[in-house]
Design a protein around this ligand. Structure first.
Ligand SMILES: O=C(O)CCC(=O)C(=O)O
Ligand SMILES: [Fe+2]
Length: 344
């Protein structure tokens, strides 16, 4: 419990998994992870092994990207389809009519542009070897070095993700066969790196409308690493007491949330965490400052069977979820929500 009576997101030190540590240290860290992540499917992770210099550079690169004129960013447009889920999505793409109206200064249309979805823009990046979810890049001269830097960042993040996957596997005390299977379906080429920018929201806009930044949702993939700048706003749902707990930005700590696929793999033992991003300043009438975040979604091979692990089914005495593939699951969710992934 935090000092203000609001539950806080528990922190786990996983340095045993990112350095040469003996098995006992790893077991202890895995046990700590198990106890904390099973509560709400979310934890802060220290000792994650990503140098702060890399992360600082990542946020500088994201800022430079989103600072580009809209026309330049639109040289790598996200297609009007769910696949590939890559490239730039901005206010213009989602609300083209509203943008034009805004530029023309038409008051009636302006209202349309004040929808929550206007208040974020994103750029999705994947593995260069993924031929289905292929990358959509800006021409090199628009942002020299962007492709190289983000491609390297993608694989640096995958190294951290692999360490966390090992900790998750150990925390569930799975058999060797189960562990190897989970490793095999997470080869790294199906992950997704997202650069996110939530522009500032003026107090006038705030007064007029109830605006959120990102509605409550679960991620559909296996688990997510979340990095954010110093602006708070990210919150995780508290299943036991209801409501949401803030994921306060902390130096050296990333937030990890379980996604729908790992909830299924763990037979429901680790819940897919509900989370959202809220505004600040509504009460005191101040502008909500802009915010940058970098989620990294770890996802399985799209056509492999994702199912509760037999040892966990035996322990519980029942299988909570039917087998699915990530592809079929995403398609089903896409139809149900009409958004490209778990975000609206
Ligand atoms: O911006 C954030 O901190 C969270 C983003 C998020 O939950 C998502 O993109 O799925
Ligand atoms: Fe999310």
């Amino acid at each position: 419990m935090g000092s203000n009576g609001v539950l806080s997101v528990p922190i786990v030190d996983l340095s045993a998994f990112t350095s040469d540590s003996d098995i006992d240290l790893r077991k202890r860290a895995a046990k700590d992870l198990a106890e904390k992540v099973r509560i709400n499917g979310c934890v802060g992770i220290s000792g994650h092994g990503l140098p702060s210099k890399v992360l600082e550079e990542a946020f500088r690169v994201a800022k430079r990207l989103f600072d580009l004129p809209y026309e330049e960013k639109m040289k790598a447009p996200h297609p009007d389809a769910s696949v590939p889920h890559r490239g730039y999505s901005g206010t213009g793409r989602e609300k083209g009519a509203a943008k034009t109206a805004l530029e023309n200064g038409e008051e009636a249309q302006k209202e349309v542009s004040l929808e929550p979805s206007d208040y974020k823009e994103s750029y999705e990046i994947g593995s260069e070897e993924n031929k289905v979810q292929y990358n959509i890049w800006l021409p090199e001269d628009v942002f020299p070095g962007f492709r190289d830097f983000t491609t390297k960042l993608y694989w640096d993040l995958n190294t951290t993700a692999n360490a966390i996957l090992e900790a998750l596997i150990m925390s569930l005390e799975l058999t060797e066969k189960e562990s190897n299977n989970i490793r095999a379906i997470h080869g790294g080429h199906d992950n997704q790196l997202r650069l996110l920018h939530y522009p500032s929201i003026s107090s006038e806009v705030l007064k007029k409308k109830e605006i959120g930044r990102l509605g409550a949702h679960t991620d559909w993939s296996t688990f997510t690493l979340l990095f954010q700048d110093a602006q708070s706003g990210l919150e995780f749902g508290d299943r036991k007491y209801g409501g949401f707990m803030p994921a306060t930005p902390k130096e050296g700590v990333l937030y990890m949330n379980i996604g729908d696929m790992f909830q299924r793999i763990s037979n429901g033992l680790y819940p897919s965490s509900i989370h959202r991003v809220v505004i600040s300043g509504k009460d005191n009438g101040e502008e909500t400052p802009e915010r940058y975040s970098i989620p990294y979604f770890v996802a399985p091979l799209p056509d492999e069977v994702i199912e509760p692990q037999p040892s966990l089914v035996a322990a519980l005495g029942k299988q909570v979820y039917e087998p699915v593939t990530f592809n079929s699951y995403s398609e089903q969710m896409f139809k149900a929500t009409n958004v490209f992934d778990s975000k609206n």
